[in-house]
Design a protein around this ligand. Structure first.
Ligand code: FAD
Ligand code: FMN
Ligand code: SF4
Length: 652
């Protein structure tokens, strides 16, 4: 691994020898049904271990029923959970990695009531102050403090008894231990509140008890927030520094530096709007103070980035959370010099947050995390790519995510594949998505398909629409139509005027717009388009006939977008219809009763999309085995497009 010498160098944490510097940080994925390690967990984590990561930390396990998620997430509050964890340890060891178990108590940050096996628990926290989740926890008593301290110790004992290699105490992300440290959540007047010394008392008490039960030889990692991303960040960091030193003095062997909580969730699980490697500056600050190894994570995407973090001495261990969800083989691919074929995480959060999935209609049926770019996730058990018995000639029309995925999967199975796209570049609608402010990571997925079609030897033809005579030249046995969606044009007087332009024409540079722009439609594309135009100094008004703006967007990506729209003074009019478009103005009707006029130079259409499948009828007459996938069936999103491409690639 001459290219990444530090990344592939070993590291010792106490007695635990790590073969390289890459670990998978804990992620609550919800693949358990009853709190025990499930068959899906064994396959999921086993694959990431086999993929080369030196250390796997599975999802958070609660030390006590009132301190966890009621459903779907692993538990460690009773001895009965140990055999499952032992199986996991065996599996991870068989695959050549080490296992650390993260133990936690969520305190007041979860739901107002926690239901576990039919029993209701009320959350506890240092003070009875409302949380952003709507929970008003019970103020923790001294008896609770003793009980929970012991629960942490017993959980640590179980980790050791299960044959895992290390314990990670979850002292970050706004959960109970952090709640004691923060003056926002800890307003106690007893010996656990007030001064920093008092606020550190409970976490340090937990640490001492855990250390005692583990003995001095067992590796102990502490995940902690060096600072919360609040206005008082500087003050936080000063306290973070002091706490880090205390943790080291009291027997922690490795500090996993983090930030964020449910109040600022975007720093806990950063979407693509957050800068790459955003926690590294915090890790560097802490590394200056202590001698024990420092771990960090958060939008570290490439081996080059990881190597540079190690080289500049900002951290010793690199956490790849979502990148290992989307590609379990990340490490092996880097080792083999194949990093350009890593299936990318685009930090979209559109499929890996179980809580988001609950509000996502397509994902609702499947509790638990999976991945937008990798349809294998959570289906690993029965979703294999196998060589086709009957090798066929396959044409794919459309080089968006559905077409590319179908083409590459089919080619991997030994089929001969031709892919046609009328544009000069692969990527389909992602080519527009990646141009929006803060949404650049979609470009990684486009690039992945450029590389992957090349690797799988798909014959790609770009720059002209598919023409039916090509069928006679190629003589395909299968045709896959993946032509995506096209703009829906509503019937409004003046819509065909020269001042009206489709959003994609603006993005392609085919249409120029003046200073004052009205965007018609405030779905995700409309709002992102408003953002794009406002960034270029345009005065933008968005008109939306419904009462809501981009309702399906991940909530905190929406937050980022709304902040930018506000900063650029973009006006948004909901419950408003456009009645007529004229030169220089738009006639609108607000709330079904108020007429008004907007002055403008151009109106940009973001009026939703409809399937673009006009080739279907002709192809049906000419092709025996015809399949339609992705938005060409009906417009949905990238996850469905990739999933359908992957499915069809596997069954033809
Ligand atoms: C600005 C924007 C933001 C978006 N954000 C998100 C998001 O956050 N999450 C999400 O899930 N989805 C998002 N989407 C939607 C997502 O991009 C689409 O759902 C997805 O790309 C559909 O994939 P597809 O392969 O079915 O079709 P497309 O990506 O539309 O690809 C179809 C391809 O077919 C080609 N084609 C069409 N006709 C022909 C022909 N006759 N001959 C040859 N080629 C042809 C087109 O050129 C195109 O490249 C966004 C879309 C836009 C525009
Ligand atoms: C679905 C999901 C669940 C998470 N759950 C946990 C958790 O249980 N414990 C924890 O410490 N961090 C959790 N995190 C945060 C991750 O450990 C990690 O810090 C974060 O995803 C940023 O790293 P990444 O950009 O490499 O994914 C979670 C992240 C995700 C995406
Ligand atoms: S769903 Fe999106 S953020 Fe989550 S792992 Fe997959 S690509 Fe990354």
């Amino acid at each position: 691994m001459a290219e990444f010498p530090l990344l592939f160098s070993p590291l010792k944490i106490k007695g635990m020898e790590l073969k390289n510097r890459i670990f998978m940080p804990a992620m609550g994925l919800g693949h358990s049904k009853d709190g025990h390690v499930s068959a899906e967990d064994l396959v999921f984590y086993g694959k990431r271990a086999a993929g080369g990561a030196a250390l796997i930390i599975p999802e958070v396990m609660s030390v006590s029923p009132e301190g966890g998620y009621g459903k779907g997430i692993l538990r460690i509050w009773e001895d009965k959970y140990v055999p499952g964890i032992r199986k996991l340890a065996d599996e991870i060891h068989r695959k050549g990695s080490k296992l650390a178990i993260q133990i936690a108590h969520m305190g007041g940050q979860l739901d107002p009531k926690i239901e576990v096996d039919g029993k209701i628990y009320i959350p506890v926290a240092p003070s009875s102050i409302p949380f952003i989740t709507g929970s008003i926890p019970k103020e923790i008593t001294h008896e609770d403090i003793e009980r929970i301290t012991e629960a942490f110790a017993q959980a640590a004992r179980r980790v050791r008894e299960a044959g895992a290699d290390a314990v990670e105490v979850h002292g970050a992300h706004g959960y109970l231990l952090t709640q004691f440290l923060s003056t926002r959540t800890n307003q106690r007047t007893d010996e656990y509140g007030g001064s920093l010394e008092n606020r550190m008392r409970f976490p340090l008490q937990v640490l001492k008890r855990v250390r005692k039960i583990l003995g001095s030889d067992f590796p102990l990692i502490w995940r902690f927030n060096a600072a919360d991303r609040q206005p008082e960040e500087e003050e936080n960091l000063a306290e973070g520094r002091a706490f880090a030193k205390k943790l080291e003095e009291n027997g922690v062997d490795c500090l996993n530096v983090s930030t964020g909580s449910y109040v600022d969730f975007q720093f806990l699980v950063p979407p693509m709007e957050v800068p790459l490697m955003h926690k590294v500056p915090l890790a560097r600050e802490i590394k200056k103070l202590v001698k024990i190894p420092i771990a960090t994570s958060g939008r570290i995407r490439t081996p080059e980035q990881a190597e540079s973090i190690l080289k500049e001495g900002s951290a010793d261990l690199i956490g790849l959370g979502r990148p290992l969800i989307s590609d379990p083989e990340w490490v092996n691919k880097v080792k083999r010099g194949e990093s350009k074929y890593i299936r990318p995480c685009v930090s979209c959060l559109q499929r890996c947050l179980p809580l988001e999935n609950k509000v996502n209609p397509e994902a609702k049926a499947r509790w638990g995390a999976y991945c937008l770019t990798n349809p294998d996730v959570a289906r690993d058990m029965d979703f294999k790519i196998e060589q086709a018995v009957d090798k066929k000639r396959v044409i794919v029309i459309g080089g968006g995510p559905s077409g590319c995925e179908a083409a590459c999967t089919a080619a991997l199975r030994g089929h001969q594949v031709w892919l046609f796209d009328k544009e000069k570049e692969l990527g389909g609608a992602l080519r527009y998505a990646r141009m929006m402010p803060g949404r650049q990571d979609w470009g990684y997925l486009t690039q992945f398909y450029v590389n992957e079609t090349e690797r799988t030897k798909v014959k790609v033809s770009l720059g002209k629409p598919f023409e039916v005579p090509s069928l006679n030249e190629i003589l395909p046995q299968v045709v896959i139509l993946a032509t995506g969606a096209k703009l829906f044009i509503p019937r409004v007087p003046g819509i065909d005027g020269p001042n009206v332009v489709p959003y994609d024409a603006v993005l392609k540079g085919e249409a120029k717009v003046g200073k004052r722009v009205v965007v018609m439609g405030a779905g995700e594309t409309g709002l992102e388009m408003a953002d794009y135009l406002a960034e270029q100094g345009k005065q933008v008004t968005v008109v939306e006939m419904r009462g809501v703006l981009a309702p399906r967007m991940v909530f905190y990506c929406r937050q980022f977008l709304f902040e930018r729209l506000e900063k650029h003074q973009v006006e948004t009019l909901t419950d408003t219809t456009i009645k007529e478009i004229r030169p220089g103005q738009v006639k609108i009707l607000k709330y079904g009763k108020e007429d008004a006029t907007l002055e403008m130079d151009n109106l940009v259409l973001c009026t939703g999309v409809v399937p673009n499948n006009q080739l279907v009828d002709r192809l049906r007459m000419l092709v025996n085995d015809l399949h339609i996938i992705g938005d060409a069936v009906y417009p949905r999103g990238v996850a469905e497009a990739i999933n359908e491409g992957s499915m069809i690639g596997r069954i033809i």
